[in-house]
Design a protein around this ligand. Structure first.
Ligand SMILES: [Mg+2]
Length: 321
């Protein structure tokens, strides 16, 4: 199959910044790619590196892909490219080949459809606002708290307060983004291990401390995030929760198949993609919610700016870019 390859770059500002212990996201840059087959089928993909340090490398590699290319040559060429480029090309090919068929509309707009990020500067007042909204809508909610941004004493005091304030209708995820050492991680695991409202501790230890993470997972549910990006083999090996980011994986069709085959303990997470990448996120998150361990995804919906980049139709986004 012969293909035409096209690309366009984008940059947008998040509606409010997202902070974690390693980085702060204010803007997001990347590329939308379009593949057209010789029988005029179209597939879109998005190159959406999570870390801005990877943009230069992606730009260089994208420029190496010719406009007219044979599918086998393209697949071979991208094998050594950044995972985000592989993800984009493989996504677009999956669309052309009918391996994924998107719905016209997905429904993740309501507050209870995705995990709500707490503002790390005002955790308790933010929690109170969420509780008020909850009493208005009467549904269970999931909150996510990014920790290791302040000193541990302060955060443990906040933890006590949060635990005293949430009832069974609020689930809590705590994400250290790999910034704790074993001592602090074990302290938190001890405090939380019998709590029924905790979904998981996310990446409490650094990406490389797989032994420590395995030990912790015996005490309390541990979700791997950054470790899976550095060591993709863990996807088939890790027995606990997995935070999965389709735009960061070489081939999101693998994740699609896992969810279609009802693999458990997966939660889908945004890497702040545009509407192009969001089609995959929403599709996979919908499947996950029908699986054996349904948990709301982390889509950061309230950080999405009002822009054509987030339209429902891929072609419209492409045309306006
Ligand atoms: Mg995370």
């Amino acid at each position: 199959m012969n293909l035409i390859f096209k690309k366009k770059s984008y940059c947008f500002s998040l509606s409010t910044k997202v902070e974690n212990s390693k980085t702060t996201y204010l803007t997001k840059s990347g590329w939308i790619i379009k593949l057209i087959s010789n029988d005029k089928k179209i597939g879109f993909g998005e190159v959406s590196p999570l870390y801005s340090k990877d943009l230069k490398k992606c730009s260089k590699q994208l420029n190496m892909i010719p406009e007219h290319v044979e599918v086998f040559k393209l697949s071979e060429q991208i094998n050594i490219f950044h995972p985000c480029i592989q993800s984009a090309i493989n996504s677009a090919l999956a669309e052309i080949n009918g391996k994924i068929i998107f719905k016209k509309k997905y429904y993740f707009d309501e507050i209870d459809n995705t995990a709500i990020l707490l503002n790390p500067k005002n955790v308790i007042s933010d929690l109170n606002k969420i509780k008020k909204r909850q009493s208005n809508i009467g549904k269970s909610l999931t909150i996510k708290w990014k920790v290791a941004l302040k000193n541990n004493h302060e955060e443990e005091a906040s933890l006590e307060e949060i635990l005293s304030q949430i009832g069974n209708n609020i689930k809590l995820r705590i994400d250290a983004n790999g910034s704790w050492g074993r001592e602090i991680a074990y302290r938190w695991a001890d405090i939380l291990k019998d709590n029924k409202n905790i979904d998981w501790l996310e990446q409490p230890l650094c990406v490389d401390d797989i032994d420590g993470l395995k030990e912790l997972n015996k005490k309390i549910p541990i979700a791997l995030d950054e470790s899976l990006l550095k060591f993709p083999n863990l996807i088939d090996e890790w027995k606990g929760w997995q935070i999965r980011r389709p735009s960061q994986e070489n081939n999101p069709v693998k994740l699609l198949r896992e969810l279609e085959n009802k693999k458990a303990l997966i939660s889908i997470s945004t890497s702040f993609e545009t509407g192009i990448g969001n089609r995959w996120l929403y599709h996979l998150a919908s499947l996950q919610l029908q699986g054996p361990t349904p948990k709301v995804p982390g889509l950061a919906m309230n950080r999405i700016p009002d822009s054509f980049l987030f339209l429902d139709e891929a072609q419209k986004i492409w045309d306006q870019l």
